[in-house]
Design a protein around this ligand. Structure first.
Ligand code: F6P
Length: 360
């Protein structure tokens, strides 16, 4: 038997730990061979495949990124090629199925977010045995308690907020830290609480500039002449929209967000005269060595995915239902986002200690 494994969508810390978990379990427990697909679905279309031995995965656990490479702009069902300088789209999914067969691959493991898993499900419907493994730093996949990559991202963001804290205090400034989180504010919420932010703006709670300013003045009256504001890239003012930085035409989610931090900063400076600075953490949050939590979760996901394959259970995704790793049908896992619930215990605790969400 041969497993093919690919990483798709944006990378995140822990991908290599999954690959290692898959290869070690497959080779050592079941004598199953594993091959890696280079650059996600692009490699399946273009037949870019490499062997993955125990030797190949030795020492990769602490490495960020993915040794296989990835892309978030390749969908074989809507594949583009540049022909005579023009972008031409076509469905090359049959070619992918053929490549899978010709390489002797019996089953595919797709590690990715919603977009990657949705494509995996389409291949499952075309007869390819598939198992999915969820990942994203945004932690916005409904079907699992948490995704690996998230813990490392909040660690990175928290460390940054800690550093911003000291300079904010020295200069009596309002300091804004923009973090990732398109539709879900998990990174902002967790790193904001952990980093001692005073205001946290998340996509789920549209904010009001007056409420943001009110909190800053309230702190001033209490002798605190600086404020830390953590903003998710998808946060928006009441009645307003998100700030789009660029359109990536062939991505599962074409709108790349970014810039709300500067908008909020400009507004605070204009409304209060308080000196304001903005730091956008960007892709720093996607990089670096995975935290122990992410390494363990990724390893468990990899091992469980192979266990499913050994039981001939396909069309499923592994998922954390604390403390167990379970599996659920891919169909249930996709297209369902996990946003921060407004009655979340995290929000409740944050409000109790005086953190403002810019809504009142
Ligand atoms: O989904 C993960 C994510 O990091 C988002 O938070 C962010 O909006 C997006 O990917 C950025 O994608 P890209 O790497 O294409 O800029």
């Amino acid at each position: 038997m041969k497993i093919g494994i690919l990483t798709g969508g944006g990378d995140c810390p822990g991908l290599n730990a999954v690959i290692r978990g898959v290869v070690k379990t497959a080779v050592q427990q079941y004598k199953i061979d594993v091959v890696g697909i280079i650059d996600g679905y692009y490699g399946l279309v273009n037949n870019k495949i490499r062997g993955l031995t125990l030797e190949d995965v030795s020492g990769i656990m602490p490495r960020g990124g993915t040794i296989l490479g990835t892309t978030n702009i390749c969908d074989p069902f809507h594949y583009f090629a540049i022909i005579n300088g023009k972008k031409v789209y076509g469905d090359v999914s049959d070619k992918v199925v053929e490549n899978i067969k010709n390489n002797g691959i019996d089953v595919m493991i797709a590690i990715g977010g919603d977009g990657t898993l949705a494509i995996a499900y389409e291949f499952f419907k075309k007869g390819v045995p598939v198992v999915g493994i969820p990942k994203t730093i945004d932690n916005d996949l409904f079907a699992t308690d948490v995704t690996f990559g998230f813990d490392t991202a909040i660690l990175t963001a928290t460390e940054a907020i800690d550093k911003i804290h000291t300079t904010a205090e020295s200069h009596h400034r309002a300091m804004i830290v923009e973090v990732m989180g398109r539709n879900a504010g998990w990174i902002a919420l967790h790193s904001g609480i952990a980093g001692g932010a005073h205001i946290i703006l998340i996509p789920e709670i549209p904010f009001d500039y007056d409420a943001v300013i009110k909190k800053i003045y309230e702190r001033k009256e209490n002798g605190k002449h600086f404020s830390i504001i953590v903003v998710a890239e998808g946060a928006k003012p009441k009645g307003g929209d998100v700030v789009v930085k660029r359109i990536v035409e062939d991505g599962a989610e074409p709108r790349r967000l970014g810039g709300i931090g500067n908008r909020v900063g400009d507004e605070i400076e204009k409304m209060t005269g308080i000196e304001t600075r903005v730091t956008t953490l960007g892709h720093i949050q996607r990089g670096g060595s995975p935290s122990p939590f992410d390494r363990i979760l990724a390893t468990r996901f990899g091992a469980e995915a192979v266990t499913l394959i050994a039981k001939n259970e396909y069309g499923k995704m592994v998922s954390l239902r604390t403390p167990e790793i379970v599996s659920i049908p891919l169909e249930e896992a996709i297209g369902n986002q996990r946003l921060v619930p407004l009655d979340s215990g995290y929000i409740k605790a944050a409000r109790l200690i005086g953190i403002s969400f810019g809504d009142k």
